[in-house]
Design a protein around this ligand. Structure first.
Ligand code: NDP
Length: 291
């Protein structure tokens, strides 16, 4: 069984980003992301640290914008709009869920689609749905595609089964796999005979967020297993949705947790930042030429 390691995929994405940065016109600011956090959730803080590190490693900048959990909704909208309109900011990552007194959906609509690094805006969702490539897909969903491509795994014509239908992973990933000409099935808690459906998968994506819910019993001979789940097991260790016991006897390849898809997510985010900067400067150049 081939271990599909995220580090190798991230290295490839770093080269891609470098190509985009090399193509930026001289004299502009370094592509800069705003990481917007409300409150002090430990998970958010640790992810924020990883994002900042990754963006710096890819030769760009990230600034944290941290607001107290009790900031009023109206005040946060005002602050968010300032970041949205700041020309020194090329991309925005907004941590969610927001505190209960705020309407998270409002910010999906407020965020400028051109700066929407994690594909939360309805405009970007529509582009992903339509199979267009000039928007931004949610980073984790795209990370799955990046891993498959980096390892030269054929997607076209393959039967892909995704367990999970969230707006962050399952649904957008279904669209991205469809764009690559896979035949896609999306499973959820009401799916009948999940085991049978999973065993039909040539590419099996576990994105339910349930430690140990899928095993070699749900895996077809020769399947490629993409484990998106990030869970903590009973001993406090990070683990995915797949049980690894004996998986190597059936699967052709699998992503480890940690060190698989999760490790690529921040690299995709950095790629989106470079793309956002590149696209906005192309647009500026074009309008300059017209003027
Ligand atoms: P959600 O909880 O939003 O969605 C989980 C999905 O899995 C739902 O569609 C749910 O079905 C389905 N599901 C849950 N249990 C079962 C079951 N027993 N049988 C069939 N389907 C089931 O989670 P997310 O999509 O946000 O995240 C999924 C996992 O991916 C989590 O472990 C999360 O930590 C991880 N993740 C990893 C990221 C990364 O960077 N690698 C980023 C984002 C998430 P239903 O709709 O019927 O409830």
């Amino acid at each position: 069984m081939i271990l599909l390691k995220g580090a190798a995929v991230s290295a490839r994405l770093k080269e891609e980003v470098q190509g985009l940065l090399d193509g930026l016109p001289d004299g502009g600011h370094v592509p800069t992301a705003a990481i917007v956090r409300v409150g002090e959730r430990p998970d958010d803080i640790s992810y924020e640290r990883n994002v900042i590190k990754r963006i710096a490693a890819f030769g760009m900048e990230a600034r944290s914008y941290v607001f107290p959990a009790d900031i009023s909704a109206a005040e946060f909208v005002r602050e968010f709009e300032k970041i949205n309109e700041d020309e020194g900011i090329d991309g925005i990552l907004l941590f969610r869920p927001l505190p209960a007194h705020m309407d998270g959906r409002l910010f999906e609509r407020l965020i400028r689609p051109q700066k929407d690094l994690d594909g939360i805006s309805p405009v970007n969702a529509a582009k992903v749905f339509a199979g267009e490539t000039d928007g931004f897909a949610p980073c984790t969903a795209e990370a799955v595609i990046e891993v498959l491509k980096a390892y030269g795994i054929q997607i076209e014509g393959k039967r892909a089964v995704i367990v999970g239908r969230s707006m962050v992973v399952g649904r957008p990933l279904a669209m991205l796999l469809l764009r690559e000409n896979a035949t896609v099935t999306v499973c959820h808690t009401k799916t009948h005979d999940l085991k049978k459906v999973c065993r039909e998968a040539e590419i099996l994506v576990a994105a339910a967020g349930r430690a140990g819910m899928l095993t070699k019993e749900e895996t077809a001979e020769g399947a490629v297993v993409m484990d998106v789940g990030i869970n903590v097991d009973q001993s406090g260790k990070l683990c995915g949705d797949m049980v690894w016991d004996g998986l190597e006897t059936v699967a052709a390849a699998a992503t480890p947790v940690p060190g698989g898809v999760g490790a690529v997510t921040t690299a995709v985010l950095a790629k989106h930042l470079a793309q956002a900067a590149w696209r906005s400067r192309q647009t500026e150049g074009a309008s300059g030429q017209e003027a």
